[in-house]
Ligand binder design. Structure first.
Ligand SMILES: Nc1ncnc2c1ncn2[C@@H]1O[C@H](COP(=O)(O)OP(=O)(O)O)[C@@H](O)[C@H]1O
Ligand SMILES: [Mg+2]
Length: 584
């Protein structure tokens, strides 16, 4: 039962693969035609043995001798040209399929909601897009080569042999269909271990990514040995799975050779018999023997083609799993797509959980257009979650989030994102120059607009101090910036974006007091005329908010102005006292 569903699944996957392959069917057809030329010329070589022995060697036909070298060169040239086009067209189509698959995978993945990226390691996704596609490409081209080239060659040689003497050839080939039985069992195992192996490869990629991005921690704790140990173990796991597929793959050829050796032995025995009796010429005998021996190579490869196909299916399953991931965020109809909103945000009885544990419970509050609303509370209270919900990284399970009185789920994603600028403490900068980093959210901005934004963010000065000013490359391959500088670039980016809603999640908490006061001033510039949701660790930065929400364990504990909350003496007072206990 398991086997039929397994086979059915393989067929479904194969059909999907064909859909990616079909745009390149002309190339593949060209490759097939070239394969036929290769196969045909190989068959001619086998067939030519007969006249060479019978006419040239035995009948001593002098006139034919001078044609032999010419014929040999010509047939090799045709064979070689055929091989060129066969390979060239095949690789071209295979790499086109790879390109299309990677494009599709990347496009689909980037469209997935945050939940996907929270649940799946980026290294594993990366490994699918790179490693699984590569493996599949390699295997699929081998399959096509196998089926077309080896298949055609096998058939061509078979024809040569059967034309020469069908009885003898039947003896040689009668056992060949038996090859299919062990070959399919081997194929099933190969598919299983390929899939496991590609999973192990993803783990390996993950280990690499982790250790390079966490290199500072590793170096400072001196845990290189531990990390290396972990890597070696993962690599060994991968290797041992690979070893299994290699073992099964290596079994294929000898299995074919053993099964076919009976046929060859019979041909030799019976063939010599008939030649000595004069029923067969020596040329015919050797032509058949050459054809049968030449047949062995494509036959072995054909048996391995199934192995390759199983490799491809194993990898393709992982590829299609990624392509099948869908967004759980839908835009409800009728959708709206306003140019620019007022910026009234209202949470109405919002409850949310990442998994089972409730993170926000029955949360209601309002941030009116142009207001600054601060969220405070102990860590883990759910502040960042509120920010994520406003950005629609996730949807709440209960309740509604309204923007200008309309549920967020009714805004088209594009129009919603146009209303938002988000700054958190992860100051991510792209591997690009300063100019393009600042205008990332508004690529059409002119250099002078970029400069104006940088000035408001107090970044202009240090940018001009850099070797190439606004053209300086930053990020991995460019200059290094301090935390405060990076933060100010991100703020300039948000200023230039000029969105009516601003979400600041601990945007300054990674900074020292001195750069914080500059960044703080930059933020005041940024918050001008916008609805701002500000989450800050330091109460000094939220004191001037129009409204402060005190969050604890996902519930709204209190709400009011700084003075009101201090007077009431609740959690806010406690947090305040804790932070300012050293203050005079
Ligand atoms: N991606 C996530 N998956 C599961 N749980 C999460 C995730 N992010 C945060 N949490 C949990 O949700 C709760 C609130 O987290 P968060 O909103 O980040 O708090 P805060 O920003 O107030 O420190 C915490 O208990 C945290 O462990
Ligand atoms: Mg947080």
């Amino acid at each position: 039962m398991g086997e039929t569903s397994d086979k059915g699944q393989t067929r479904v996957i194969f059909k999907r693969l064909l859909r990616y392959i079909s745009p390149y069917k002309k190339l593949i057809f060209g490759s097939m035609m070239a394969s036929l030329v290769v196969a045909g010329s190989s068959a001619v070589i086998a067939k030519a043995v007969e006249p060479m022995i019978d006419l040239v060697l035995l009948k001593k036909n002098q006139g034919l001798i001078k044609w032999v070298p010419l014929f040999a060169v010509l047939i090799m040239a045709i064979n070689g040209m055929g091989k060129f086009f066969q390979e060239y067209f095949l690789q071209l189509s295979a790499q086109n399929v790879v390109k299309d698959l990677r494009n599709a995978m990347y496009t689909n993945t980037l469209g997935l909601p945050m939940r996907f990226f929270v649940d799946n390691s980026s290294a594993v996704t990366l490994s699918r897009i790179m490693n699984d596609v590569s493996l599949m490409q390699y295997s699929i081209s081998q399959v096509v080569v196998g089926l077309v080239q080896d298949g055609a060659m096998f058939i061509g040689l078979l024809v040569v042999a059967y034309v020469a003497d069908w009885q003898l050839s039947l003896m040689a080939t009668v056992a060949i269909p038996l090859v299919a039985i062990p070959a399919s069992e081997i194929g099933r195992r190969i598919k299983r271990y390929t899939k496991k192996g590609q999973g192990a490869m993803a783990d390996l990629t993950m280990a690499l990514e982790q250790s390079f991005s966490g290199i500072k921690v590793i170096k400072s704790f001196g845990t290189e040995k531990k990390e290396i140990q972990g890597f070696l173990e993962k690599n060994t796991t991968y290797f041992s799975l690979l070893k299994k597929t290699i073992r099964y793959d290596a079994m294929t050829s000898p299995m074919v050779a053993i099964l076919t050796s009976f046929g060859i032995a019979a041909v030799i025995w019976y063939g010599f018999h008939r030649t000595l009796n004069g029923e067969l010429t020596q040329g015919q005998l050797f032509s058949i023997l050459v054809a049968i021996i030449m047949m062995l190579t494509p036959l072995k490869k054909l048996a391995k083609t199934n192995n390759k196909l199983q490799h491809a299916v194993g990898a393709a399953e992982r590829i299609f799993d990624l392509l099948d991931e869908v967004s759980d965020l839908e835009v409800q109809q009728p959708s709206v797509s306003p140019g620019k909103v007022q910026g009234d945000i209202r949470f109405e009885n919002v409850s949310f959980a990442y998994k089972d544990e409730p993170v926000l419970q029955n949360l209601s509050f309002e941030a009116r257009s142009g207001e600054i609303v601060a969220l405070v509370g102990p860590s883990g209270a759910g502040k960042s979650t509120v920010a994520s919900l406003v950005c629609r990284f996730f949807d709440p399970q209960h309740g509604e989030i309204l923007l200008d009185g309309i549920d967020l789920r009714r805004y088209t994603m594009d129009s919603l994102k146009r209303q938002l600028a988000f700054v958190d403490q992860e100051t991510f900068l792209f591997n690009d120059n300063v100019l393009n980093n600042i205008r990332y959210g508004r690529p059409e901005a002119t250099p002078s607009e970029v400069r104006a934004a940088a000035q408001k963010a107090f970044a202009d000065e240090f940018i001009l101090d850099m070797p190439e000013g606004y053209e300086t490359r930053i990020g991995d391959r460019g200059v290094r910036l301090s935390g405060g500088q990076r933060q100010r670039l991100c703020i300039a980016r948000a200023i230039l974006r000029d969105a009516p809603i601003l979400v600041l999640d601990e945007a300054t908490s990674a900074l020292d007091t001195e750069s914080e006061s500059v960044v703080q001033q930059a933020l005041v510039n940024l918050m001008e005329n916008r609805t701002t949701l500000v989450i800050a660790h330091r109460l000094s930065t939220v004191m001037h908010a129009d409204k402060i929400l005190v969050l604890q364990s996902g519930m709204l504990e209190d709400e009011g102005s700084h003075e009101e909350l201090l007077e009431r003496g609740g959690l806010y007072r406690k947090l305040y006292d804790m932070q300012f206990s050293d203050a005079p």
